[in-house]
Design a protein around this ligand. Structure first.
Ligand code: CDP
Ligand code: MG
Length: 827
């Protein structure tokens, strides 16, 4: 039943009682001894080879010995001076007061729900209470607690914190496991992992053998993985009566979860926060005397950002909330405020974050505010780094003896992460620029001021258009309150919302759960690989079931790209795709790229498709920017243009000229850097799943077969294909579903397109008034025939017929060979 690629199989090792056979990757194996002598690793459950299997009694003895050892170690720490000090801190947390209630509820119920204000100690204390009580009653060797976190960074930082509180190194009783990284050892009984890791384990170890407690943290965020995991666990509970499930949530709509688990009991941890004074934009303008003009808002992202706005405009479909916000402002009256403020408000641009305003406000706080750290909520890494750069040039904020500028976002390094918890020196104002990760997952203790831009990056998806996008969107009232609450942890605080009160009133109460706003393709693949039966039946049992049209779209798409067969079963390709946590089209490109030995360029292209467009086109220098882009775009492909731009940048970077190169060529240095790091990440993923072996490293030689790369792009982007239909003057473009479509003006193919290419494959189509195609690559008949959905020939035939011409079927010997090897791989 279990199909493991060779790389994984090799890593599986056996563990027997006290003996550990050679472990290829340090402590990187999931070790769960269980009483029946079988062994679970994170790669799955493997039966012990017959002659080696210890008797049940021997296993019990070993486990008991281990429990005794844990018990005495825990006691020694708790009695030590440092242990006492730590305990004193822990006792000051609101969660500690509920310790007995929580442990009681857990022992009497299979499912419980714990809610409490952020920072009250849910994540660090609850798993620890369970672990301590198990060790106290000398059952430490038997227990196995898994606590999931929605994000990698919180899994790591929390596990470090809990290990410290227990006076241990990571990898003793406490460990963590995230994708591509993990620390745990033989004695690890409490493991913090990302939700994705637990789902991956379920893939092979369906009943979570040996696991005694599963804690799903931050359920209120309603991430797609968490919602999915809850359906699976709900099904599992009756089959594992001993398993305990604990859901933890920051906000108070916990009743909702309770009724999903047939009335599971709630334990609420009452918290205490100091009052926080709230200022909306109108008050901010009044107090600081800052004036908004149309000009200072356009400039606020620095030049680059205003380019971006211009660039992204067509990408944006106005959401319901965005339109409501606009209406609200139009109708609002600000009669209570000074004429100056009223005029400012009429200039306010809801579509951008005003960096000048933030700078001014920070300056104001530094000069007039009481002591305390400032936490600024922005939408993503790009805003954060752009604002940081701007602030570094400021007289006070850029002076390291007066201000300490820190950043906090999902992809920061662990060393950077620790800095945000440290207190700043006297007289130095700590300023943390953060994404929504600092809303609940990460608590910075000394925050007194919060600045809230009102937005967060959120994927949105509309089943009717079938087009997803990741854009900053307005947050909900609950999140605004959550952000505000971060200011009142140590003393009364101040919160500055950078939008008018009437806009806040127009916010939705809660965020829409992710499962209702993202395409479901990856989720459907996961359902299939977990053998959970019919996709639509399974999803109908979610906390909030997605629209059936969205589910059908996803299934159809997976069939067309060859990941599911006609009966909704996984094909071999589908099975490989489930191992890659990314959009199937990107996964397909990586798979074929590695098979055809052109992984290097494909890694760049796939990474490029995952970041924002690096080609900038400032309004005032449009011609120059276009000319710069033209150097890269001689072969009718936006993807190849990006590849060339990246390679040029990489060469320049080696000579320390990267920035200059970007400047000269109208490229975003940030996007280039992001592509660079994503490339490595994708490569490691491929290696981790055993799909690439380590010696097929990325070559960076820049030599690749352009036709091959085009073919791989076509393979990934199919069925995103349109035909080029010549007409009297030039040509028009048609897709099967939409009829006539247009090219986005930024595409290299929007100019000088050579009619000799009969097809364009594209990554994304956006509906504005007409349908526009973004990044596209021209391909020939033979490439489309061989690489565009060759699994279901019918579709290609349909396209070919549509073109009305005849197919000049030309196949070079190279192509023929590739085709054969491809078919062999997949059959
Ligand atoms: O999960 P919840 O938001 O309820 O709180 P938590 O993450 O368990 O954090 C409880 C307290 O532990 C925080 O208020 C911090 O004082 C402290 N903590 C810390 O000092 N360092 C960390 N890395 C995490 C938490
Ligand atoms: Mg928490």
């Amino acid at each position: 039943e279990v199909l493991l690629p060779p790389g994984l199989q090799k890593r599986v090792d056996y563990y027997l009682g006290e003996y550990i056979s050679q472990k290829p990757r340090g402590m990187d194996a999931w070790i769960i001894p269980s009483s029946d002598g079988s062994i679970a690793t994170d790669e799955g459950l493997f039966e012990q080879p017959e002659p080696l299997a210890p008797s049940k009694a021997a296993m019990e003895k070993i486990t008991h010995k281990r429990s005794l050892k844990m018990h005495s170690e825990q006691e020694t720490w708790q009695e030590s001076e440092e242990g006492q000090k730590m305990l004193k801190f822990r006792k000051s947390l609101p969660a500690y007061k509920e310790k007995d209630a929580i442990l009681n509820a857990i022992s009497n119920n299979q499912v419980i729900i714990i809610s409490g204000e952020t920072g009250c100690g849910k994540t660090t204390q609850v798993p620890q209470f369970i672990l301590e009580s198990e060790i106290d009653s000398v059952r430490g060797g038997m227990c196995n607690i898994i606590c999931t976190q929605p994000r990698k960074i919180s899994a790591i930082s929390v596990s470090e914190r809990v290990a410290t509180e227990r006076g241990e190194m990571l990898g003793e009783t406490v460990g963590y496991k995230v994708r591509l990284e993990g620390v745990r050892g033989m004695d690890t009984r409490l493991l913090f992992c990302t939700t994705g890791i637990l789902l991956r384990r379920l893939l092979i170890d369906k009943t979570l053998k040996g696991v005694t407690h599963v804690i799903v943290d931050e359920v209120h965020e309603r991430g797609i993985n968490e919602d999915f995991l809850l359906i699976v666990l709900k099904d599992l509970l009756p089959r594992r009566p001993e398993l305990r499930l604990i859901l933890m949530s920051a906000t108070l709509d916990a009743d909702f979860f309770s009724s999903y688990f047939s009335g599971a009991p709630l334990v609420h941890i009452p918290g205490f926060t100091y009052p926080v004074r709230t200022h909306f934009l109108e008050n901010v303008l009044e107090t600081t005397g800052y004036r908004l003009t149309p000009h200072n808002q356009l400039d606020d992202y620095g030049i680059e950002k205003s380019w971006k706005m211009n660039k992204q405009a067509p990408r944006k479909r106005k959401s319901q909330i965005a339109s409501a916000v606009e209406d609200t402002i139009r109708e609002a009256n600000f009669n209570d405020y000074s004429p100056q403020t009223r005029e400012s408000l009429s200039c306010w641009n809801p579509d951008c974050i005003n960096f000048n305003l933030i700078e001014n406000l920070l300056d104001y706080i530094c000069q007039n505010g009481k002591p305390g750290a400032v936490l600024v909520f922005l939408t993503g890494w790009d805003d954060i780094s752009a604002l940081k750069e701007k602030l570094q040039g400021h007289r006070i904020l850029g002076d390291t003896s007066r201000a300490l500028l820190l950043t906090c976002h999902g992809s920061m390094a662990s060393s950077e992460q620790r800095l945000i918890f440290d207190k700043a020196e006297d007289g130095v104002r700590k300023i943390v620029l953060a994404t929504n990760i600092a809303e609940t997952s990460i608590t910075i203790d000394d925050v007194v001021f919060v600045i809230d831009c009102g937005k967060a990056k959120e994927t949105s998806y509309d089943a009717l258009n079938n087009t997803p996008c990741l854009l900053p969107s307005w947050i909900s009232k609950v999140l605004a309150k959550q952000r505000r609450g971060r200011a009142g942890r140590v003393q009364p605080g101040e919160c500055y919302h950078l939008y008018p009160k009437c806009v806040y009133d127009a916010f939705a109460d809660y965020q829409l759960p992710e499962i209702l706003r993202t395409p479901l393709q990856s989720l459907c693949l996961q359902i299939k690989s977990l053998k959970l039966g019919s996709i639509s039946e399974f999803l109908s049992r979610a906390l909030q079931a997605p629209e059936s049209l969205a589910v059908q779209n996803a299934i159809e798409h997976l069939k067309v790209i060859g990941a599911l067969d006609g009966n909704e079963n996984l094909t071999p390709l589908g099975r490989y795709l489930t191992m890659l946590p990314m959009e199937p089209k990107l996964g397909k490109m990586l798979l074929l790229g590695s098979m055809l030995h052109c992984l290097d360029p494909i890694l760049t292209i796939v990474a490029g498709l995952s970041v924002r467009d690096p080609f900038l086109s400032p309004l005032e220098k449009k011609d120059l920017a276009e000319a710069a882009k033209a150097q890269f775009s001689h072969d009718y492909s936006d993807h190849l243009a990006l590849l060339r731009a990246y390679q040029g940048w990489k060469d320049a970077e080696r000579d320390l000229n990267g920035y200059e190169y970007c400047w000269k060529n109208f490229l975003s240095a940030q996007s280039m850097k992001a592509i660079d790091s994503l490339r490595t990440e994708f490569y490691l993923l491929l290696k981790d799943t055993g799909l690439v072996d380590s010696n097929s490293a990325i070559y960076n030689t820049w030599s690749y077969d352009e036709h091959l790369v085009r073919a791989v792009i076509c393979y990934g982007l199919y069925p995103g294909v349109c035909s080029v239909v010549p007409n009297e003057k030039s040509f028009s473009l048609k897709t099967m579903e939409d009829g006539q479509v247009l090219l986005h003006s930024n595409s290299v193919n929007a100019r000088n397109f050579d009619i000799a290419f009969p097809w364009l494959v594209f990554n994304e189509k956006i509906k504005v008034n007409s349908i526009f195609l973004r990044d596209s690559t021209a391909v020939s008949d033979s490439v489309l025939l061989l690489f565009g959905g060759s699994i279901q020939k019918g579709d290609v035939d349909g396209h070919l017929k549509m073109r009305g011409g005849y197919l000049e079927f030309f196949m070079s010997p190279g192509l023929a060979k590739m085709y054969q090897s491809l078919r062999k791989e997949f059959e």
